[in-house]
Write a protein that binds this ligand. Structure first.
Ligand code: PEP
Ligand code: MN
Length: 342
């Protein structure tokens, strides 16, 4: 339930409602906007009927049942869009953010050359996997702590904040000490013990959508983070599994618009995993921005044919720069009745 206080509600009236919410068995989450205060009653153990009765309390304008099971990520709880600060970079603000880098950190040379090139091309954050979730146990699993040291070194040299994936609760501490943002990969979106631990870290979280997760399940995964105390969450659409076989996944762009409609959290798009095809990164990125994405995360490698993971979907340094330039090219003109002489 969300309790909307009237614009002239007094501090005493607001406090009374907060106290009543607690007495009814819920936790109050208070959002003070410039005009009015909203109190979200979170939890499942309390009495909903008692909350509904708060419509009669002084200063209360309305008590609205939340249709969606996610509460803190909902726009009903917070109308203003959340901006997530990662070092100097703001995700969810006026400017589109481009994060780029290799699927896996492979060597100092590979990471440095990629970081310098993506920065020159206009990217403002670096990605790079240290711990890789691979379908086969025989594939390259990542360089682990060696990669974390390289990421920190490159961050210091270039100023680019870095994001890297955390797969296990055991690695949270060491990754938090080296990276600016922690990625929850698609395969771990519903790893609830990982989410509960990440809710307690100071670092922002990039939460990828699971390959077969509904938008509701994705937002509920984000709810774990917010409910546990971490408000700095960015959602990432990275394609879902469908019957399509020509592409690695099906990039669900409508879900980006929907997630932005249902939630105040920023949403970015990963066209690399979303399509699995380097030839589609440009068009899919342009479409993502057109539908309202707050940013992009793209795999880039100095020599994709030699990449230890995801080479087929990685752009080389030059291709990435060309693709970035193409992002701001205008869309095709709309045919109008006048144009055909009607
Ligand atoms: C990645 O970013 O390299 C990755 C493994 O992504 P996802 O979890 O979306 O598959
Ligand atoms: Mn990858």
């Amino acid at each position: 339930m969300v309790i909307n206080m009237g614009s002239s509600a007094t501090e005493d009236q607001i406090q009374h409602v907060i106290d009543r919410v607690k007495e009814c068995g819920f936790q109050p989450h208070v959002t003070r906007g410039s005009e009015r205060t909203i109190i979200a009653a979170v939890g499942s153990g309390g009495s909903r009927a008692a909350l509904e009765a708060l419509k009669a309390a002084p200063g209360v304008e309305d008590v609205v049942p939340i249709a969606h099971p996610f509460k803190l990520v909902s726009r009903q709880t917070r109308r203003e869009r959340t901006r997530v600060q990662v070092g100097e970079v703001c995700i969810g603000g006026d400017e589109v953010v481009v994060i780029a880098g290799p699927c896996s950190v492979e060597s100092r040379e590979q990471l440095f050359s990629t970081a310098r090139a993506i920065k020159a091309a206009g990217a403002t954050m670096l990605r790079g996997g240290a711990y890789k979730p691979r379908t086969s146990p025989y594939d390259f699993q990542g360089l682990g702590t060696e990669a974390l040291h390289l990421l920190r070194e490159v961050r210091l040299a270039t100023g680019l904040p870095v994001v890297t994936e955390v797969m296990s609760t055991d690695d949270i501490e060491v990754i938090s000490a080296h990276a600016d943002m922690l990625q929850v990969g698609a395969r771990n979106m519903q790893n609830f013990s990982l989410l509960r631990q990440l809710a307690k870290v100071e670092k922002p979280i990039l939460l990828k959508r699971g390959p077969s997760a509904s938008v509701k399940e994705w937002l509920l995964a984000a709810e774990y983070l917010l409910a546990g105390g971490n408000q700095n969450v960015v959602l990432c659409e990275r394609g879902i599994r469908t019957f399509e076989t020509e592409m690695r996944n099906t990039l669900d762009l409508a879900a980006v618009a929907l997630a932005r409609e249902l939630s105040h959290l920023p949403v970015i798009v990963d066209p690399s995993h979303g399509t699995g095809r380097r030839d589609l990164i440009g068009p899919a990125s342009r479409a993502a921005l057109a539908i309202g994405a707050d940013g992009l995360i793209i795999e880039v490698h100095p020599c994709p044919e030699r990449a230890l993971s995801d080479g087929a979907q990685s752009l080389n340094l030059e291709e990435f720069a060309t693709m970035i330039r193409g992002l701001s090219a205008p869309l095709r003109p709309l045919a109008t009745a006048n144009a055909v002489g009607a």
